[in-house]
Design a protein around this ligand. Structure first.
Ligand code: 5GP
Length: 195
């Protein structure tokens, strides 16, 4: 998606540890016009998939997932990061190794809102090592729902998450795949689209 790539080049800030900061339009301040274009594009790509639910993970996936969901006319469910030791009640759980925090945590969703018969599209802002997405995939699996695919706004193609998910047969659609980024020069290159 050219609009997105141009914006990443213009406003993205490369930080140490292979972190790309896009706080001016995606992760802190949110550019709703850009989100609309993102929503339209994901809807185009997954239009024939019978999606009836969007699943994301708190916090940074929620905003974009809501706009995407408007195009599909379906609800958004977000996995909560469980902060207590006790996992109470009727929830599905999965473990996630955090890219940003460097430790493991549980994610949960209520059994009330996910189950057999659901056709789920996963949405997240970034795909790096793929651990957040793998946690969401696990939640879909244990719930008995059908996974339609995953929509990612920015994939860092030099990290292993995308290849790992695609290797499991999961359809991953990323709107911008960063091939390389150089902290010293600020240069960012993108993978050419094949489709
Ligand atoms: P993964 O589990 O794929 O390693 O990391 C995915 C999560 O980590 C995303 O939901 C995102 O919040 C965060 N993340 C990973 N890499 C980056 C990055 O370069 N920039 C930002 N802003 N967030 C990232």
């Amino acid at each position: 998606m050219q609009l997105l790539k141009d914006r990443i080049r213009k406003d993205g800030k490369i930080k140490s540890g292979d972190v790309l900061k896009v706080d001016s339009f995606l992760n802190h301040q949110m550019d709703i016009h850009m989100f609309e274009e993102i929503g339209r594009e994901f809807h185009k790509r997954f239009a024939d998939s019978g999606v009836n639910k969007i699943l994301t993970i708190e916090a940074s996936g929620i905003g974009v997932a809501c706009v995407v969901a408007q195009y599909f006319g379906v609800p958004v469910l977000f996995a909560k990061k469980n902060k207590t030791k006790n996992i109470a009640g009727d929830v599905y759980t999965a473990k996630v190794m955090s890219f940003t925090l460097g430790r493991e945590y549980d994610i949960i969703v209520s059994k009330e809102f996910l189950g057999a018969g659901d056709r789920v599209l996963l949405i997240d802002d970034f795909l790096a090592n793929g651990k957040a997405m793998e946690g969401l995939v696990e939640l879909v699996k244990v719930s008995g729902a059908t996974l339609v695919g995953a929509g990612v706004v920015i994939e860092k193609g030099f990290q292993p998450g995308g290849a790992a998910l695609r290797g499991k047969g999961i359809r991953v659609e990323s709107l911008a795949i960063v091939e390389s980024m150089d902290e010293a020069t600020g240069e960012i290159t993108f993978r050419e689209e094949t489709a």
